[in-house]
Design a protein around this ligand. Structure first.
Ligand code: MSP
Length: 657
């Protein structure tokens, strides 16, 4: 067995909003790689976490009226937060780092000081734009039409004291690293880095800020906080115990085998991070892999576009394993892919329900039906061409799969597994076990062989699918009676590992077929409920700026009126017809658009407020003489109306002033 340490990481997530399916994609992929390495017998350390400092978080916390720490705690450890999501998605991380953890904070101060002491960090001036009234410092790109993005007023050139990291010094070694090694993959990202960032000239990097406080303070100059990327990137070593006593694994696990990151943050991982490590005199990670984005309608998912897809809703609807599988089966890992619910349902139905699900349920059902769950001894040898084809493909699968997984191509590895699953389903049609079963006396040994070949193929595929769908494959192993040894990596490369006497049981359907229309409707409802819940709980109409003079206001004749009768208006969903006592001795009729909020009978006897000197109006063919007053507000996106109800003691006709 290969015994080797293996260190793999995901990016650490910004807890500025709840995570969406794009974030889940990255973590599920890393989890599948980590599980694959464990399956291969390596001692894996899989790290994920959260990147909790910076101005954006400080601003969001301010908006929410809580401290930055309380804000991030809620998103990281709160209900349906980051940690809950990883638990739900069956993420097998060994460690979780939060950049607000004390050990990390003090390690960052030491790291910053080391780079300062060796001359790679120096104090300089950060040139930018200053808004005097807001006392805010902005970069050119933050301005809106050249003005302060907060107040819209003009800004002036200014300089702010800041620390800089000598990134320029490392341009040459980094270009060598990118161009002459396989440090960064896929290869297309190398050209992007070299052409867009290195060739135009790497400038020194501003690595401290004084304009906000939510960060790690520079301990020898406390007005400054460390730039969030210096703080975040260092997590990969502080989480192993570098410059702290919390962990002691640095010597064993560093350098990392791979940092899995999304394409937009490759720049930080492939340029800034190696430069920092060179400055600290530390070995470089073996690889950075920059995966593509999950797009939505061709664009990036973002909260502001309102197109974020909630992994909780999808996992609840389709199951965690089906969702994990879909993400890695469908989209080539190194490129962008378009997410859609339709595609998700189609993948579940084709690959999981039809191909894999059917293979398992047909095979286990036949072993039960023809042999009571255990194949008889004395099965025939593999003699036919179809046997040779199936067994050869199944036995060769492990090698092909490993090649693809080692190249971070899970979609291709899965493609290979499904080719074998499809081959096995075809084998059922070719060998027609039901026909053999008609004469068990004569065909028993052949039928047992056919079914064994199917069970064994299923087992091999099951082992290789474990990193993707761990829970479902456990269930599959129970159904085909696979022993502990038959679930190992080694056994997946050896045809015939499954005992011929394995106890087979047809269990629950592993992947039920999804009714597309029904599922899409349920998803739509869940998304709608979530959109509503995200709307402000309570909204009141904006105040009118225009003033009304006192005399004009007093010309409105407001009176207390008593409801004598109230009826719905035919063909109108909105209107109620009121017969009112207004104190004059003659009944007054008013029509009011409040049928959605009240039952007519509950209003009879109430004392309401009416404006009585409005000109009469016809509504739905009936006359309305005045208007009843209500209070209006919006709750969770829906308008609410409440009639103004006066105490009963107020007589009809009393004037309101
Ligand atoms: N905090 C930084 C990472 C610091 S690592 C030292 C960060 N956080 S993030 O929360 O914004 O993004 C985390 C990861 O999620 C990134 O790799 C990013 O590419 C990935 N994704 C975010 N949206 C995504 C998609 N729509 N599709 C695929 N991955 C996406 O960046």
């Amino acid at each position: 067995m290969e015994q080797q340490k293996y260190y793999i990481t995901t990016p650490i997530y910004y807890p500025s909003d709840k995570l969406h399916i794009g974030h889940t994609y990255c973590t599920v992929a890393t989890d599948a790689f980590a599980r694959y390495q464990r399956l291969r017998g390596r001692e894996v350390l899989f790290l994920t976490g959260t990147d909790e400092h910076g101005q954006k978080i400080e601003d969001k916390a301010h908006e929410a009226g809580v401290t930055p720490q309380a804000f991030v705690d809620n998103i990281v450890t709160g209900e349906r937060g980051v940690m809950d999501l990883w638990k739900l998605m069956n993420i097998s991380n060994d460690r979780f780092i939060r950049t607000t953890d004390d050990y990390h904070v003090s390690a960052i101060q030491k790291i910053f000081r080391k780079m300062y002491d060796n001359g790679d960090i120096y104090k300089g001036a950060y040139k930018g734009k200053y808004c005097k009234p807001c006392e805010s410092f902005w970069t050119e790109s933050q301005l809106v039409e050249g003005k302060c993005p907060d107040c819209g007023r003009p800004v002036e050139d200014a300089e702010e004291e800041a620390y800089f990291f000598r990134l320029s010094k490392y341009a040459k070694p980094i270009q060598d690293l990118l161009e002459n090694t396989d440090f960064l993959e896929p290869r297309s990202r190398v050209n992007e880095m070299v052409n867009n960032f290195i060739k135009p000239g790497l400038e020194d990097l501003c690595v401290s800020r004084t304009s906000f406080t939510w960060g790690v303070p520079v301990d020898f100059d406390p007005g400054h906080v460390v730039y969030v990327w210096i703080d975040a990137l260092s997590n990969y070593i502080t989480a192993l115990g570098y410059d702290n006593d919390k962990y002691q694994d640095f010597e064993q696990f560093w350098p990392a085998d791979v940092h899995i990151v999304g394409k937009e943050i490759v720049r930080f991982h492939a340029i800034i991070w190696p430069a920092m490590l060179m400055s600290l005199g530390l070995p470089l990670p073996k690889k950075v892999y920059g995966h593509g984005w999950l797009l939505f309608d061709g664009g990036k998912m973002s909260k502001s576009k309102g197109n974020v897809v909630d992994p909780y809703i999808l996992a609840e609807q389709f199951g965690v394993d089906a969702l994990r599988f879909f993400l890695l089966r469908t989209f080539p890992f190194g490129s962008d892919g378009n997410f859609s619910n339709e595609l998700l349902i189609q993948t579940i139905n084709t690959d999981l329900a039809n191909d894999l699900g059917n293979l398992v349920s047909r095979t286990t059902a036949m072993v039960g039906k023809y042999f009571g769950g255990t194949l008889p001894g004395g099965m025939e040898e593999n003699t036919q061409e179809v046997d040779a084809d199936l067994t050869a493909k199944a036995a060769a699968l492990q090698g092909i799969y490993a090649q693809q997984m080692d190249q971070y191509a899970p979609h291709k590895a899965l493609d290979e597994v499904f080719k074998v699953i499809q081959r096995a389903n075809k084998y059922i049609d070719e060998t027609a076990p039901w026909a053999l079963a008609k004469d068990l006396q004569a065909n028993g040994p052949r039928l047992a062989r056919v079914l064994y070949n199917l069970l064994e193929t299923t087992r091999i595929c099951g082992v290789l699918l474990t990193p993707f769908m761990p829970e479902s494959m456990e269930k599959l192993f129970v159904q085909i009676g696979a022993c502990a040894h038959c679930r190992t990596w080694e056994s997946a490369g050896v045809w015939g590992s499954l005992s011929t006497a394995a106890a087979v049981t047809k269990g629950e359907n592993l992947f039920p077929r999804v009714d597309a229309q029904q599922a899409l409707e349920t998803l739509e409802q869940a998304a709608e409920a979530q959109r509503k819940a995200a709307l402000p709980a309570l909204e009141i109409a904006p105040y009118t700026q225009e003033q009304v003079d006192f005399d004009t206001f007093c010309r409105s004749d407001l009176r207390a009126v008593k409801v004598k009768d109230c009826q719905p208006v035919k063909k109108s969903a909105k209107l109620l017809k009121f017969t009112l006592d207004d104190g004059t001795g003659t009944d007054r009729q008013i029509l009011s658009g409040i049928a959605m909020y009240y039952q007519p009978e509950e209003l009879v006897g109430k004392t309401l407020v009416a404006i009585v000197n409005l000109p009469p109006r016809k509504m739905m063919g009936q006359e309305s003489c005045g208007m009843l007053l209500s209070a209006v507000h919006t709750e969770q996106g829906e308008e609410r109306l409440n009639l103004i109800v006066l105490p009963d003691a107020i007589p009809a006709g009393a004037k309101l002033c």
